[in-house]
Ligand binder design. Structure first.
Ligand SMILES: Cc1cc2nc3c(=O)[nH]c(=O)nc-3n(C[C@H](O)[C@H](O)[C@H](O)COP(=O)(O)OP(=O)(O)OC[C@H]3O[C@@H](n4cnc5c(N)ncnc54)[C@H](O)[C@@H]3O)c2cc1C
Ligand code: FES
Length: 512
């Protein structure tokens, strides 16, 4: 089997799990329009439907085809070192509320799975944060302390027999009763409940504009208009240029490989993740034929950073082969998530003065629980109910304690807005670009990005991101043009792969 740049979840999920695609009408009026069909959008839309609203989900690609289709899908309240990160920026009550929200979300998902008999391999297991080496021991200890203070019944151990790992570790903290599952089958099973009773699911339709009003107006790239009393933005990175999300959310990318093991007995009986760099995230999966798979993730960096290279996958593959008896590694993939600078997700009003515009985003690589918790908050608020975690996740909270990371994020964006313009071209003509490679090529007074495919065909695009104008960088691991400022990604021909950009990079066919 050749190595595919595809997630095992999308490869191993029945295409017929979703209702047949429906063309959106030219005009439509609903109560709630939800933009984005990942776990955040689908859960939010389903909850609003259950509250009696007429909903429409508008998804640019396929349902669960964004980060949700490329995740590791551990549902845990331990979340690597997240609790100690939150403690550094917020008070102890906030950490306890975050842990409680995660447990409540996990229980909600489990109830859905059981009551609707969703076939998604749901399995409760211990979750482990471990020290890969001595440098990570302190982070494990801080995590254990923050988790205990938040009321989670964690235990610490180094005993190899108590851990799911085939190697010794100097320290580990364990939280029992967390869960892993198949994210695509789960989300598509939720999505299948949406159509009907004046509710709609539209795929292959990208939103390019939203006006808040009475009603709100949503416009799509194919010229359709959806009017809605309320609009919820669930596009992973918030789509709209208001609410200052661009100044306070970093986009971070990580990599995963799926290795088929020779022996089912080698499958880890827990989920695990190391407490720092290098990150090595581990979980097991049994596919529909019962074959044993090991997933190893890690090697994260900010989107658009120059270290997006195939060597990331090779490092994960080496780790898998070193510690397990691997038969083959046919899948490798990567994805990204929004990282709020103060380490709490955003669920609630889009901007301080928004009345009918909402957001559920910034899930900081723990969206199985965070997006579910956020969906419950947004659905409560739209229905006019009090919501237990609304203050915690309020997108408009004052995040003074996050100032150092905010400054770092702004410096990063500023450096790419200004500094990149001074970057010299790497080649003076497209002919110099070898097959399988990309270069920044001089084009008149400016520059263009030229990728030459393996067959020798050039693909040239403008390098200026259509979001706010930073210059995109070549991602050699995924063969895409990625923007370092807010994480938009574009194909070799300029199509939008990830927002917040909504318009493609102009093609530079004159460069061929
Ligand atoms: C490598 C990695 C591993 C992870 N592992 C875990 C884990 O083990 N456990 C965990 O809890 N979390 C994990 N996460 C995080 C989790 O995957 C995400 O937080 C979650 O999937 C985000 O869901 P979402 O619905 O917000 O985003 P997405 O799933 O990306 O959905 C957003 C959707 O919006 C659509 N969209 C965007 N723009 C538009 C537009 N203009 N018009 C219409 N549609 C649009 C996109 O096509 C996409 O389908 C991981 C993240 C990464 C990067
Ligand atoms: S994503 Fe904002 S400028 Fe590119």
């Amino acid at each position: 089997m050749e190595t595919a740049h595809d997630s095992i979840w999308l490869a191993d999920s029945a295409a017929d799990q979703l209702p047949a695609a429906v063309e959106p009408p030219q005009e439509l009026t609903v109560d709630v329009a939800v933009i984005g069909g990942g776990i955040a959008g689908i859960t939010t839309a389903l909850l609003c439907k259950r509250d009696g609203a007429r909903v429409a989900v508008i998804e640019r690609g396929r349902i669960a085809g964004g980060a949700t289709g490329f995740t590791t899908a551990k549902a845990s309240a331990l979340q690597q070192t997240k609790l100690s990160q939150i403690r550094r920026r917020h008070d102890a009550d906030a950490v306890a509320a975050y842990a409680t929200a995660s447990i409540a979300a996990l229980d909600w998902i489990e109830r859905e799975v059981r009551e609707r008999a969703i076939d998604c391999g749901w399995e409760r297991l211990p979750d482990v944060t471990y020290a890969l080496d001595e440098r990570q021991v302190e982070a494990v200890e801080q995590t254990a302390e923050a988790a205990r203070a938040a009321g989670l019944p964690v235990r610490t151990t180094t005993a190899r027999t108590a851990l799911p790992l085939p190697f010794d570790v100097p320290a580990a903290v364990v939280l029992d009763g967390q869960a892993q599952f198949h994210p695509v089958r789960y989300v598509r099973a939720l999505a299948a409940q949406i159509p009907g009773d004046d509710c709609h699911l539209f795929e292959q339709s990208a939103v390019v504009g939203v006006e808040e009003g009475a009603p709100c107006t949503v416009t799509t790239d194919d010229g359709r208009t959806i009017r809605a009393s309320d609009v919820v933005v669930c596009t992973n990175y918030p789509l709209l240029d208001r609410g200052l999300f661009f100044a306070r959310t970093e986009a971070a990318r990580s990599y995963l490989v799926a290795a088929r093991l020779r022996d089912t007995a080698d499958l880890p009986r827990a989920m695990a993740i190391s407490a720092g760099e290098p990150t090595r995230s581990i979980r097991a999966y049994r596919d529909q034929d019962g074959s044993p798979w090991l997933l190893v993730g890690g090697e994260g960096h900010l989107v658009g950073a120059d270290e997006a290279s195939p060597a990331r996958y090779q490092a994960l593959e080496r780790f898998a082969r070193h510690h397990w008896d691997v038969a083959e590694i046919p899948y490798r993939w990567s994805t990204q998530d929004g990282m709020p600078v103060d380490s709490l997700p955003y669920a609630g009003r889009y901007a301080p003065r928004s009345r009918h515009l909402w957001v559920n985003a910034g899930h900081q690589k723990w969206g199985m629980t965070n997006a579910t918790a956020g969906a419950r908050v947004v659905a409560d608020l739209i229905a006019g109910r009090q919501s237990r975690f609304a203050d915690l996740l309020d997108p408009n909270r004052v995040t003074v304690s996050a100032a150092p990371r905010l400054a770092r994020a702004q410096l990063w964006v500023g450096a790419h807005l200004i500094g990149d313009r001074l970057t010299p071209a790497e080649s003076s003509s497209a002919e110099e670009v070898p097959p399988g490679q990309a270069r920044v090529v001089r084009a008149g007074l400016g520059k263009a990005g030229v990728y030459r495919d393996d067959a020798g065909e050039p693909h040239a695009v403008s390098l200026r991101c259509t979001h706010l104008g930073c210059l995109v960088h070549w991602n050699a691991a995924e063969r895409s043009w990625d923007c370092p400022c807010h994480g938009s990604r574009f194909s070799i021909d300029g199509e939008v792969l990830a927002g917040p950009a909504t318009r493609p990079l102009p093609r530079r066919d004159d460069m061929g």
